[in-house]
Design a protein around this ligand. Structure first.
Ligand code: COA
Length: 485
């Protein structure tokens, strides 16, 4: 049974456990003994991936021995620490990755603390009939290997940990190489919560220097029963080709359609609010707009009133040559454009400076009118740059928006009061998330109903992951009894 602890109760538990901890538990084998990050030593971080997996396996055994009430106690303390340390993790994330905004990252941590489901998400099913009773329970996989991104680093570690612990799994993390300090801060937070709840010193683990090689050790270790990957296309592909059960959350390129029945003033504000959330890092954020020609000018005006700066096509070409760079595939020799890592998640003001435009702090988004083939439409930039493409009608809007989404089936948005148009687009685009008449973040529970996650598993079908995504179904049959009617 899940218990909802009040803040006062949690404070009391924390105080009593702190009192009982006369000395810190000794470090486990292989735990990183160096100075740590930013002068702070983290618990549960290992030099060697093998030792990290050993520790996660011990964590798994400890979780299996816990009652649901004890698991929920650990989770409640994780939520509490996440709220209290939200701004610390947000600042650390921005300073380490140079991406995103501290205020929005703080809000994302609060969202994770408040809206990540715990043990209540795990519901057994029962079937009774002439032959008796059959029970289906949601069991843990064992030790989960989790690959986490640089875009939402500590948010993903904490959200994954809550769900995976609630489901009864152990977890070893291989964080993105550009967000190690922030991700491992979150690993340390989970372990501090475990100790405060009377659990083991190391409940979840990670490595000091994660690389694709350490990830590979994780993929190949027989003790890892499930891989969960949130990241860019390369790392998601590597997990899905590992030969193990895997949950993959990868790229999107969410289009927005605005038709002539929409509340245009509201649509302009909602789109800019969503597109600029954490400087466009969430993979659900608005990436390109298809607006009916009859409302496009009014929409652009509404966007400008809400912090958007309109650039012309010449300026857009100049900006495109900076935010996208050409890369040659070493194996095939094929050239393609990829996002310039130094521009991802940057403030609009900083990006505009790169093309010689100085603006005030109120400017939070760069908008421009483009055609469908423009790089800004075709590439997922993850920056507050939003192209607007004029379309003549709903047929053209749906056709182009579906093409721009590139079959990722991730997220799409629409502003309209026409139920037929909304239904047609939702059916055609087949995305995991479809948001109507709201900023994109409503789709992950921020100002919208439903739980939150930063691991949106479109390719493997789990959708917005939660504790039950990290379970395997087990059946128990009792023949000819326990049907009591
Ligand atoms: N552990 C180990 N290696 C990792 C890793 C992890 N957790 N995550 C990524 N890597 C690897 C990549 O495979 C890549 O290796 P390669 O150069 O050999 O191909 C390398 O580290 C660089 O990673 P990548 O993230 O692709 O490049 P980048 O740091 O230049 O790009 C972003 C940054 C933000 C553009 C990119 O990470 C991205 O597209 N992120 C989207 C993340 C996301 O949130 N997706 C899911 C949403 S539901």
């Amino acid at each position: 049974m899940a218990i909802n602890w009040t803040e006062a109760q949690i404070e009391e538990i924390v105080a009593s456990v702190m009192k009982s901890l006369t000395k810190e538990a000794p470090a486990t084998k292989g735990e990183y003994d160096g100075a740590g990050y930013n002068g702070k030593k983290y618990i549960g971080v290992y030099t060697d991936m093998k030792d990290a997996i050993d520790a996660a396996e011990s964590g798994y055994k400890a979780i299996r021995a816990m009652s649901l009430e004890q698991r929920e106690k650990v989770i409640d303390i994780i939520r509490d620490l996440c709220r209290k340390e939200a701004s610390t993790m947000a600042s650390l994330g921005v300073s380490e990755t140079k991406m995103g905004r501290v205020d929005h990252k703080t809000a994302k941590h609060m969202l994770v603390a408040d809206k990540t489901p715990g043990t209540a998400d795990i519901q057994a099913q029962v079937k009774t009939g002439d032959y008796g009773l059959t029970l289906t329970e949601m069991a843990p996989f064992g030790v989960v290997g989790s690959i986490t991104p640089s875009t939402n680093p500590s948010e993903t570690v904490i959200c994954n940990s809550i769900g995976m612990i609630a489901a009864g799994n152990g977890v070893v993390f291989n964080p993105h190489p550009n967000a190690i300090a922030t991700s491992n801060y979150a690993v340390d937070l989970i372990n501090r919560a475990s100790q405060l709840a009377g659990g083991p010193r190391v409940l979840v683990s990670s490595v000091v220097k994660p690389t694709l090689d350490t990830a590979d050790i994780m993929y190949k270790d027989p003790r890892i029963r499930l891989l969960v990957c949130t990241g860019g296309p390369g790392v998601v592909k590597s997990v899905l080709s590992s030969g193990k059960k895997a949950i993959g959350a990868g790229a999107g390129n969410p289009p927005v359609i605005v038709d002539d029945t929409a509340d245009i003033r509201k649509a302009g504000k909602d789109i800019i609010d969503g597109c600029t959330f954490d400087n466009n890092l969430p993979c659900i954020a608005e990436k390109e707009v298809f607006a009916f020609n009859s409302v496009a000018t009014e929409l652009i005006d509404a966007m400008k009133e809400n912090g958007a700066y309109l650039i012309n096509s010449e300026q857009a070409s100049k900006l495109a040559s900076i935010v996208l760079v050409e890369k040659t595939n070493p194996k095939t020799g094929i050239k393609s454009k990829i996002v310039n890592r130094d521009c991802v998640g940057r403030d609009a003001k900083v990006l505009l400076e790169k093309i010689g435009i100085t603006v005030c702090d109120k400017i939070r988004c760069i908008i421009c009118e483009t055609d469908f083939n423009h790089d800004f439409v075709q590439h997922e930039l993850m920056m507050p740059i939003l192209p607007v493409v004029r379309v003549k009608d709903i047929d053209e809007a749906i056709d182009l928006a579906v093409k721009a989404e590139h079959g990722n089936r991730h997220t799409a948005h629409m502003h309209s009061k026409n139920i037929d148009n909304l239904t047609r687009f939702a059916r055609a685009v087949e995305t995991t998330i479809f948001v109507k008449n709201a900023p994109s973040y409503a789709g992950i529970g921020f100002g919208g109903e439903g739980h939150t996650t930063f691991t949106i598993a479109g390719p493997t079908g789990e959708g917005l992951t939660s504790a039950k995504s990290f379970t395997r179904k087990r059946r128990c049959v009792l023949s000819e009894s326990f049907r009591i009617i």
